[in-house]
Design a binder for this molecule. Structure first.
Ligand code: AQP
Length: 341
């Protein structure tokens, strides 16, 4: 089967609706059709100032949520990035192939660095996309294998530029040192690729940038979750219609509803024609609750069984290492490093 690789940062107490629709839901469905590698990227999480105890806790909560969403450690390799040191090693090599100006053009860096407080922006935040390229390319299948196998990366729209850089770096490496990496393809879901903030419908829903009222957490309690949806910013009209320009708030809610319920936007528009925003939001809140309540309950249960989580991570690290060490061996040899003998 083709391979799939994706990662998520343990930078909050819960994943959010954007992470779920933009990426995580695809992770679950792709484990059945792909040779899947999914990692919690803790090395990425320290590119901004962090608290060690919180990072440790959030990494565990992240893993528990992934399992609660339906990832099966027998079918998919679920692991923590720092357990496989080759990620950092390949990032160094790729960093040496990345132009300074090329890295400077990354819009996520521009956004995040402008928001860094007194501590300033780290070099780690600057080289973040290079580490991400390493995360992906470490799991590249052998490009010379029969049929040249595929490497797919399910992500939200915000990661498109980083995926392009990954392709560029893979191509550059292959060109200089011989065919080593398959070029990855971004797998961006139609419709739900960019879920926006409930209070600022022009900005993406984000763990670090959204206000509590703008973001729906997967692990949110039912009461507050309902309230947030009822209070989501819409507009002064009352028609439930899709219009990105004039009705960004309603459009975002329609996208969420459509993605979660599997009903098309036009069908929803006709279902709510003439009924106003109130009923629409009430029903949407129910759909969100029906999706996240079982995930929340399973996550809490999993967090009570730390030994099980540790076992899952040990198994994941072992499987991921097998692939990563083989790739790195090839890379070292191609780059010209002398073997240890
Ligand atoms: N609003 C979104 N809509 C659709 N997809 C989204 N993703 C994030 N926000 C949205 C996708 O979720 C995956 C994991 O994201 P990440 O942990 O790497 O962090 P991020 O992309 O930087 O997301 P956040 O919420 O903005 O986190 P912080 O604030 O920590 O940076 C990715 O595939 C992403 O596309």
């Amino acid at each position: 089967p083709p391979r799939v690789l994706s990662g998520i940062q343990p930078t909050a107490d819960s994943f959010h609706l954007g992470n779920y629709l933009g990426a995580l839901r695809q992770w679950v469905s792709m484990q059945d059709t792909h040779d899947a590698f999914y990692c919690v990227v803790d090395l990425h999480a320290i590119t901004v100032e962090h608290d060690p105890a919180l990072l440790r806790r959030r990494t565990k909560v992240a893993v528990a949520q992934l399992l609660a969403m339906g990832l099966d450690p027998e079918r998919a390799t679920v692991f923590v990035q720092s357990h496989v040191p080759e990620h950092a090693e390949l990032a160094w090599v790729l960093g040496c192939l990345t132009g300074f100006g090329e890295a400077q053009r990354m819009t996520q860096f521009k956004d995040k660095s402008s928001k860094q407080g007194t501590g300033g922006t780290s070099v780690g935040l600057f080289t973040y996309p290079v580490l991400q390229a390493a995360d992906i390319l470490l799991y590249s299948p052998d490009p010379t294998a029969e049929g040249g196998r595929a490497l797919r990366v399910p992500v939200g729209e915000d990661q498109r530029q980083h995926l392009e850089l990954t392709r560029t770096l893979a191509q550059r490496f292959n060109h200089r040192f011989g065919d080593t990496f398959v070029l990855p393809d971004a797998h961006i879901p139609e419709g739900a690729a960019k879920i926006t903030d409930l209070q600022e419908p022009d900005a993406k829903m984000s763990k670090s940038a959204s206000s509590p009222q703008g973001i729906i957490d997967v692990l949110e309690e039912p009461g507050p979750m309902r309230k947030k949806i009822m209070r989501a910013v819409t507009d002064t009209g009352s028609e439930v219609v899709y219009d990105e320009e004039k009705k960004a708030g309603v459009t975002n809610l329609l996208r969420i509803f459509s993605a979660l319920e599997g009903v098309s936007v036009p069908d929803l528009e006709s279902r709510y024609a003439g009924s106003g925003y109130g009923q629409f939001k009430k029903d949407l809140a129910q759909v969100v609750l029906d999706t996240f309540t079982p995930i929340r309950e399973r996550t809490l249960k999993l967090l009570d069984d730390e030994e099980r989580l540790d076992r899952v991570l040990a198994l994941g690290a072992e499987r991921a290492s097998r692939v990563a060490t083989a790739t790195m061996e090839t890379v070292r040899e191609r780059v010209g490093f002398v073997g240890r003998g």
